[in-house]
Ligand binder design. Structure first.
Ligand code: ADP
Length: 549
C-alpha cells in the first residue's frame, strides 16, 4: 500500500479458518442429512450436526493421544461419515489431515506416509490389508480402526470407543495461514509430492466453488461425491457442503454404475461429481435400461480429472442430465475452471454449444491464467497457439512439502501446470494434453486428447487412449489403444476412417491395438506411461524382427 492510500477500517485481521465454516454448519445446518452406504451395503443415516459434535469428540480423543498443532493424522478411509468427522475434527484442533489413497502401490504408500511424517493413522477395517502391506516401513504411534465387526487387530484402538470416551472439544482459534490438510500428487509426473493446504485456501475455495456459475450449491442441494475423499479433499465437497448447508450422500467403496445410480435415485441427489471413467459406465447402464432410475432431482454432474469427451455430454443430455466439465489439480485445491456456457452462446445452436462445453471453461474467480509457448513467450488468446498453462491464486500451491519440485514455480509467482492448452478470446481453456503426453510427429504437435475424444464418439468404442510411439522417420507417431463396447465391432481401418473425417491424414494413427482394458492410475486416469512402455517395446521388437528377416 502506498503511503497516500487511505487504510480501510474493517476487521481485516479476522482469520479465514475452517472453524468458522464447520461451526456454522453445526449451528445452522445441523439437521441436514448425511447418508452413507457401508461396505456391506447397509445404509447409515446421521446429520451434519451429529458429525460436527462427533468431530469435537474426535479432536479431544486425538489430543489425549498426544496429537498437537501441526501434527499429521493419516486416513485410509472411503467416502464414509468417519472420514467427514476427521475432515472436521483434525484441522479444527490445529492438526493436519493427510488423506491417503489406498489404491497406490505399497512402495508409494510407504514413501508418502514417511514423507508426511504421519503420527497416527485412522483406517477402515476393510482397508487393514492395505495398511499391513506397508506398515513395516513406517511406525505410526497409533493405529485407530473404524470397525463394524468388533474384532480389532492387536495393538490398535477402536475409533468408536475412543470417541465415546472423549468429551467435546471447544476448538481453539486458529490462524488462517496454518496447514489444514495434505494430499500427494499422484506421481504421474515423478515421485509423489506433498501439497499442503492452508485454512485460508480451503475457506476461499469453498466460498467460490459454491457460486452459481461454479458448482452452484446451496442448502437445497444433496451432494453425492463419487470422487473419493482421499483424492484432493473430494474436490473440496465436504467443506463446500458444510459451508452451504447441503446434505451429503457418501457412497462408500462400491462405485459400480448400478450402485451409484441406485443411490442417486433413492436419495434424490441434486449434484454429483467424479472422474469420466465412472460416468462412462453410468451412461452405459442408463442406455441399457432407460427409465429404471428416477433421476428427476439430479440437476448436474460435475465431471473432471481428465477430459470429458463430447460424446459423454451428448449421451447424458439424451437422458435429460447435464454434465458440467471442470478442470483442476491437486496443486489447485483442485478448482481451476468450470465450464458454464458462455453468455454469448445461450441462444447458439447445439453444435456450437457442444463445441464449447467440451472445453475446460474459463478460470474460476481469483484463479489467474496464462500460457507459455515452446519459445518461452506468452501465447496469444487466439484458440490456435499452444502453450503450457500457468496459474496463480489464493488456493494454488506456492511450493511443495520439503521444497521439492521448485522448477514447477516461476520466479514471478506462478505455478506451471504441465498441461498444454489453447486459450480462446474469452479465456476459455482447451486442454490439448499433459506436456509429456503430446505426440510430436514430424515436428508438429498432435493432441492425444482430441483423438481420444473422437474415437470415443464411435458407437463401438468404450474407451480409447492415444500414446506416442517412437518412429524412425517422424520422431513419434500416435497410436490408439482401444476397448470396444460389449458386443461392439470395429476394425482398425474403420476407426481410422472415422477419424479421417475430422483430422488431417498425418494426425491419424496408423496403428490401433484392441485391448480388454486400459490400465489406470490410482485416481482413475489412463496410465499412459505403462501403455507407452508396453507398446514402445513392441515396436522395437517388431523393427528388430523385420530388420533380421
Ligand atoms: P496428477 O497431476 O498427479 O496426475 P491430479 O489429480 O492433480 O493428479 O490431476 C491433475 C491433472 O488432471 C491436470 O493437470 C490435467 O492434466 C488433468 N485434468 C483435470 N481435469 C481435467 C479436464 N477437465 N480435462 C482434461 N484434463 C484434466
Amino acid at each position: 500500500m502506498t503511503e497516500a492510500a487511505m487504510r480501510g477500517l474493517m476487521m481485516d485481521d479476522y482469520q479465514l479458518s475452517l472453524t468458522a465454516v464447520i461451526e456454522r454448519a453445526g449451528q445452522f445446518s445441523a439437521a441436514r442429512k448425511v447418508v452413507s452406504r457401508r461396505p456391506d451395503g447397509t445404509i447409515h443415516r446421521t446429520t451434519l450436526g451429529a458429525c460436527v459434535q462427533r468431530a469435537r469428540q474426535l479432536s479431544s480423543a486425538l489430543r489425549a493421544l498426544g496429537i498437537r498443532d501441526g501434527d499429521r493424522v493419516a486416513t485410509l478411509l472411503w467416502n464414509q461419515p468417519e472420514h467427514l468427522e476427521l475432515y472436521f475434527g483434525v484441522p479444527l484442533m490445529g492438526a493436519v489431515i493427510h488423506t491417503v489413497n489406498p489404491r497406490l502401490h505399497r512402495d508409494e504408500l510407504a514413501f508418502i506416509v514417511g514423507d508426511a511424517e504421519d503420527r497416527v493413522v485412522v483406517v477402515d477395517e476393510s482397508l487393514l490389508p492395505v495398511l499391513d502391506s506397508f506398515r513395516a516401513d513406517h511406525r505410526f504411534e497409533h493405529v485407530i480402526v473404524v470397525s463394524r465387526s468388533g474384532s480389532l487387530p492387536e495393538g490398535t484402538l477402536d475409533y468408536d470407543v475412543l470417541l465415546s470416551a472423549a468429551g467435546p472439544m471447544s476448538w481453539p482459534e486458529l490462524s488462517e495461514g496454518q496447514a489444514s490438510a495434505m494430499c500427494y500428487t499422484s506421481g504421474t509426473t515423478g515421485r509423489p509430492k506433498g501439497v499442503v493446504y492452508s485454512h485460508r485456501a480451503l475457506v476461499l475455495h469453498s466460498l467460490v466453488a459454491a457460486l452459481p456459475d461454479q458448482m452452484g450449491l446451496s442448502s437445497r442441494d444433496t451432494i453425492l461425491p463419487v470422487v473419493p475423499m482421499f483424492h484432493v479433499n473430494a474436490w473440496g465437497i465436504p467443506y463446500i457442503a458444510a459451508f452451504s448447508g447441503a446434505a451429503l450422500v457418501l457412497p462408500g467403496p462400491k462405485l459400480d454404475a448400478v450402485s451409484v445410480l441406485d443411490l442417486l435415485a433413492d436419495e434424490k441427489v441434486t449434484m454429483t461429481a467424479g472422474v469420466p471413467t465412472v460416468w462412462m459406465a453410468v451412461l452405459q447402464a442408463l442406455d441399457a435400461e432407460p427409465g429404471r432410475w428416477d433421476l428427476s432431482a439430479l440437476e448436474r454432474l460435475i465431471v473432471g480429472g481428465s477430459a470429458v469427451p463430447r460424446s459423454m455430454l451428448e449421451g447424458f443430455d439424451r437422458h435429460g442430465l447435464t454434465v458440467v466439465q471442470a478442470w483442476g489439480m491437486t496443486e489447485t485445491s483442485p478448482l481451476g475452471s468450470v465450464n458454464r456456457l458462455a453468455a454469448d452462446l445461450f441462444d447458439a445452436g447445439a453444435e456450437e454449444q457442444y463445441e464449447y462445453r467440451a472445453r475446460q471453461g474459463i478460470p474460476s474467480p481469483f484463479v489467474e491464467i496464462r500460457a507459455r509457448g515452446e519459445d518461452g513467450e506468452l501465447i496469444p488468446w487466439d484458440d490456435s497457439a499452444m502453450g503450457e498453462l500457468e496459474v496463480r491464486g489464493p488456493w494454488v500451491a506456492a511450493s511443495y512439502h520439503h521444497g521439492l519440485g521448485a522448477d514447477r514455480f516461476t520466479d514471478d509467482g506462478w505455478f506451471k501446470t504441465g498441461d498444454v492448452v489453447k486459450l480462446d478470446a474469452r479465456g476459455c481453456i482447451r486442454i490439448c494434453d499433459r506436456s509429456k503426453d503430446l505426440v510430436k510427429s514430424g515436428g508438429e504437435w498432435i493432441s492425444s486428447v482430441d483423438l481420444e475424444n473422437h474415437l470415443m464418439a464411435h458407437s463401438a468404442v468404450a474407451e480409447a487412449a492415444v500414446i506416442a510411439i517412437p518412429d524412425e522417420r517422424w520422431g513419434e507417431r500416435p497410436m490408439a489403444v482401444v476397448v470396444l463396447n460389449e458386443g461392439g465391432h470395429a476394425t482398425a481401418e474403420e476407426l481410422c476412417s472415422h477419424l479421417s473425417g475430422q483430422f488431417a491424414k498425418w494426425q491419424v494413427p496408423e496403428r490401433v491395438e484392441f485391448v480388454e482394458s486400459i490400465p489406470r492410475t490410482a485416481t482413475g486416469k489412463f496410465k499412459k506411461l505403462a501403455l507407452r512402455e508396453r507398446f514402445a517395446a513392441d515396436t522395437t521388437a517388431a523393427a528388430v524382427s523385420s530388420g533380421t528377416s
